[in-house]
Write a protein that binds this ligand. Sequence first.
Ligand SMILES: Cc1ncc(C[n+]2csc(CCOP(=O)(O)OP(=O)(O)O)c2C)c(N)n1
Length: 903
Amino acid sequence: MTDLSDLGSSAFWRVNPRDSDPQETREWLDAFDAMVEAEGRERATYLLRRLLDHARKRQVQLPPVLNTPYRNSVGLADQPQFPGDLEIEQRLSSIVRWNALAMVVRANRAYPELGGHIASYASAADLFEVGFNHFFRAGPAGEKSGNDGGDLVYFQPHSATGVYSRAFLEGRLSEEQLAHYRRETGTAGDAPPAGVGSALAHKGQGLSSYPHPWLMPDFWQFPTGSMGLGPIQAIYQARFMKYLAGRGILDTAGRKVWAFPGDGEMDEPESLAGLSLAAREGLDNLIVVVNCNLQRLDGPVRGNGSVIQELEGLYAGAGWNVVKLLWGSDWDSLFARDEDGVLLQRLHETVDGEFQTYAATDGRFNREHFFNKYPELRSLVAHMSDDDIDRLRRGGHDPVKIYAAYHTAVHHRGQPTVILAQTKKGYGMGHWGQGKMTTHGQKKLDVEALRAFRDRFSLPLSDEDIEQVRFFKPAADAPEMKYLHARRQALGGYLPARSSVAPKLALPALAQFAKILEGSNGREQSTTMVFVQMLAQLLKDPALGKRIVPIVADEARTFGMQTLFRQIGIYSAFGQLYEPEDHDELLYYKEAKDGQILEEGINEAGAVSSWIAAATSYSAHGMPMLPFYAFYSMFGFQRIGDLIWAAADSRARGFLIGATAGRTTLAGEGLQHQDGTSHLIACTIQNCVAYDPCFGYELAVILQDGMRRMLQEQEDVFYYVTVMNENYAQPPLLAGAEEGIKRGMYQLRESPLAGVGVRAGGAKKIRRVQLLGSGTILREALAAAEILEQQHGIAADVWSVTSFTELRRDGLECERWNREHADDPRKSWVEQCLAGAGAPVIAASDYVRAVADLIRGWVPGKYVALGTDGFGRSDTRSALRSYFGVDAQGIAQAAARATQLAG
Ligand SMILES: Cc1ncc(C[n+]2csc(CCOP(=O)(O)OP(=O)(O)O)c2C)c(N)n1
């Protein structure tokens, strides 16, 4: 038994202290009631505030004002009538539970390595089912407008089995598919993993372990498998829907975003990261249902405290509407008779570790250890048998209470709602799983356990069905099936369902960027400036301008984007309630309800979550948008890489602009600001198309082609393009270079010395090198060529490499083609470019050597890859380039040495 004096300060607030003078308390409460009655709630609030202030002055310790008692927020008196057929719903949820469990057990009987989870969905089943039967609205494919647009649901990932199981009953997944749970490679129509770019539309029949729009493109909308990313994406999705409405692009009113994280998942920083934004912006289109089964993988989430009370404090403190859904209907009469509050006191003094034990044990144990602690409590349940006590449900397992909580949430205005739903992990798994420390990993159940599960949920299955773990689906005309379909029809159709139906967008032809393609006429300009110039032009485009979503994380001024503040405004749910300090300037800081820029503050995780919402708007809303998220490249793949993976999983389409890129180009900032690896990471994401251009015209070609691929061809790719802050004269587009720019390299300069030796009658053989440069280091390569020719008499051709990563993909694709088509071999673009050019080849970039190394397999002859390995540091740009050996001297030296070695 817990000794209350041992409770640490974190648990202090959970204790409901004994009343030392009930008579006096009664008098105070009666006086308070009379005042509310006579003068109203507003006056009561005022007096409470005064009292609190006064208490502070008198140094009286305040009670925890953000916490409410450990009982349901929706009282019996406010509980709406449950509109469904409880009995049928119960039968349906039992069947869904069974098939979900059977899927995992069958998969692991056949292949023990497949894994899967039973206990999580067992706890979440009723939460999902009430949503499916009464709340989750489905929308049509294509543009999703207004109330009928449908809700967006972010499902708890390892409860995916329940969603499959329901879709099976709905006739949307076949038994064959259920039998292929977690077996996704060998199924019909399947293709081997792309890795090299060709088989992007991987579409097997198997069911993915977790929600995955890439692997199940017609089914899952949102990948949630990485804990914490679901909750933050849901918040920014809800915010993006308000943004679409605020800008008059799409009516999103009436549509809700639902997210179902686990209570253990709430420990991820991302889970809580967007809380204040959601409250600040009044996202009443957002409902988060935390499945509080009080356990995570290893054990209790807060064994020595209460995760529900802790989360209540956090959410309430951030400004959310908090709805506690703790106890089922059978507790109502207990609370009603608990006049002196002893039941509530007992609940408050019970820590989660004990609640877990109560979940894992039977009615008899619960009576002895929980209820028998106080005589008043003992008598409260005296009329109940041990079985009755065993059947006392937690709120998250009672459809009536769940309905009441959801109903409150969907009707709440002005704030987002969190529902803290108390459940039991492994609910219904008896002593094989319910509340057990090891239940998370339970994936095999013996026949006895399966039989007990059948009996527990009254499933109409024979012993043989149980032994064979057969899936079960009632006949089409069974009342359950008719009910299930009728409910979904009433809610607009089936869900989850992912659509990619969206209109193609008209976009400007390359020629419209003539100003950029013509070069800067000697004026020094960085590629960042060129990017901003191009963005400004796109924003004015009559067709596309409105669809552009510029996103920044408090670095707009760094990138010279501040001119956009005034031009298109910063989105703000409340407009601008103040006169900005710079209001008398032409380009003042302008916030507006229809502002176009998403200024996310110093919050890369939030900014990229916004970007994902915009980049998948074509699918979630049937409304293609074109987001450009410009960020410090160091704080992209490295800082929020997993969210970029989630974007890839989500089939995002948009531009990530890695600004102030490179390890030496951003000279003074030093370590923790200079990115040397992002292109290497980008290369590992198969639908990320990455470029590191040097010149403005290259950038224009790349961005225009990216828009074409994403908005016209509707390819499921997204672009990562690095831009720099180094100023130099931008040359005009080299005739015929477009194809090479897009494919990854083209020849920029042919050495004037080339062929000299031959013309001289072959008397003297001129040594020759191929220099490959990427990003601003291309300019070092050009300078190195001069040095080589003038100081060493070595002919140097120079190639601009716009993308080592695309060159690698092309090389791998050719290799694969050639394995399969020996009679029709192809040459990679690198081989085509360098064929006949001769060796050695020296490549340099502002990234680690491994980036240039990506193409080694296709470079003929000797290949030297230079780069910026190691930690970044501060110094002048030229000193840094010299230090890393990627300046003109370093490149020339490496080239000269390589020609000597080459003989
Ligand atoms: C970022 C990340 N870390 C770890 C995991 C592995 N993992 C999957 S489920 C799980 C436990 C989840 O516990 P909880 O959120 O309480 O959900 P429950 O299963 O108890 O409903 C863990 C650690 C993951 N999927 N993602």
